[in-house]
Design a protein around this ligand. Sequence first.
Ligand SMILES: *[C@@H]1O[C@H](CO)[C@@H](O)[C@H](O)[C@H]1NC(C)=O
Ligand SMILES: *[C@@H]1O[C@H](CO)[C@@H](O)[C@H](O)[C@H]1NC(C)=O
Ligand SMILES: *[C@@H]1O[C@H](CO)[C@@H](O)[C@H](O)[C@H]1NC(C)=O
Ligand SMILES: *[C@@H]1O[C@H](CO)[C@@H](O)[C@H](O)[C@H]1NC(C)=O
Length: 424
Amino acid sequence: MKSIRIMSHAIFVIFILSLGACCCGQVELDVSPMEKTEQEALYSTIQGFVGNSWNGSDLYPDPCGWTPIQGVSCDLFNGFWYVTVLNIGPIHDNSLVCARNVEFRPQLFELKHLKSLFFFNCFQSQKTFPITIPSENWKKLANTLESLEFRSNPGLIGTIPSSFGVLKNLQSLVILENSLTGEIPPQFGNLIKLKRLVLAENYFIGTIPDIFGGMSELLIFDLSRNLLSGTLPLTLGSLTSALKLDISHNLLQGNVLNEFANLKNLTLLDLRDNKFSGGLALSFQEMYSLEQMVLSNNPLGGDMRTLKWENLQNLVILELSNIGLVGEIPESISELKRLRFLGLNDNNLTGNLSPKLETLPCLNALYLSGNNLTGEVKFSNEFYGKMGRRFGAWNNPNLCYQVGVISTSHVPYGVKPCQKELCY
Ligand SMILES: *[C@@H]1O[C@H](CO)[C@@H](O)[C@H](O)[C@H]1NC(C)=O
Ligand SMILES: *[C@@H]1O[C@H](CO)[C@@H](O)[C@H](O)[C@H]1NC(C)=O
Ligand SMILES: *[C@@H]1O[C@H](CO)[C@@H](O)[C@H](O)[C@H]1NC(C)=O
Ligand SMILES: *[C@@H]1O[C@H](CO)[C@@H](O)[C@H](O)[C@H]1NC(C)=O
């Protein structure tokens, strides 16, 4: 009983004290120390993006203290607060939201300790208020900036400034889903601390520059959904740490690099929707960590039997549709025990289908339509039942299923019944 009384007394005292603290908070003494120039630079920078009606000193007199701004983080350096993170755009309900007509103010580059700068859904209107990334002043952020991201800004046009090449401490550069065009600046070759380089879903043109020799720390490489053309630069083979390499949906051509054999840690390789040719490169069978290999829609050509598929024991997704494959489906495919998705449709594959494919324990999608496979499909009722609509074998004119063995509810779509020889 006594201890409870003491407790409640203590809580009351704390309550009174905190009331006092609240009141004192209103006076200047408690304001977190911040250089005037830093504070003004922050207000002006934000005002440039959210509009002149936003009055920072009114709304947020202590931006690194008791009036925090959503999307702004600060850190102490030598007893003073500095902005380290600035996120502009509707990430949370109460985030800073951009005006229609925005501007990059030079004060942005006066934020002395800025580590991370992120624009999301900010530059909205390509027609009425297009905006370009300023090319000046990035050098001022070179020592501090580690992460720079422009994501989902349809109103962001023009080219990537080559001066991004001075940002030597960048670990993450993400320029995703904007309306930028022009070539990838060769100056990016200086960014050797990059772990993530994402330039996807813009209108970048030209060839991929041969600048990746120093990027041994890069983990994520994504140039997908642009208009990049030409052949692959050899230094892509230097990305020895890479986990994901996605260059899908471009106009790239030529052979797949032999140097890809160096990418022993790669888990995702996506080359789909390009113009690659020259057959199945032997380097494919050297990328032992691959979990997803997606090559579909390329005039690649080649025979599946040239590769030792059994090397790729981690494969979960193997998507090889519409790449001009010829020859038979090798038995070694049925050794890929983790395989869940196998897409071989719309090729020129011939020969019989091995019933061993059924033994793949995780397989739940198998697409074989649009080939020239022949003979009886010898999968069981259980297999068809398990696969459902994720089994496709139509448009193989010489393929048939076993009448009497397969129940009518499991007859594979578009496959005809085998005729007994005697019936002719
Ligand atoms: C913000 O408001 C203060 C007074 O409330 C005023 O002195 C100041 O000029 C305003 N700043 C801007 C940028 O409008
Ligand atoms: C590949 O991954 C392993 C295990 O995660 C790691 O120890 C190794 O350093 C990585 N190799 C490269 C070249 O990054
Ligand atoms: C398959 O081969 C035939 C004849 O050689 C050719 O006309 C056709 O375009 C090829 N189909 C595919 C999908 O490669
Ligand atoms: C399919 O293969 C058969 C022989 O198995 C051949 O006669 C036929 O021409 C091939 N069809 C195509 C379109 O390649």
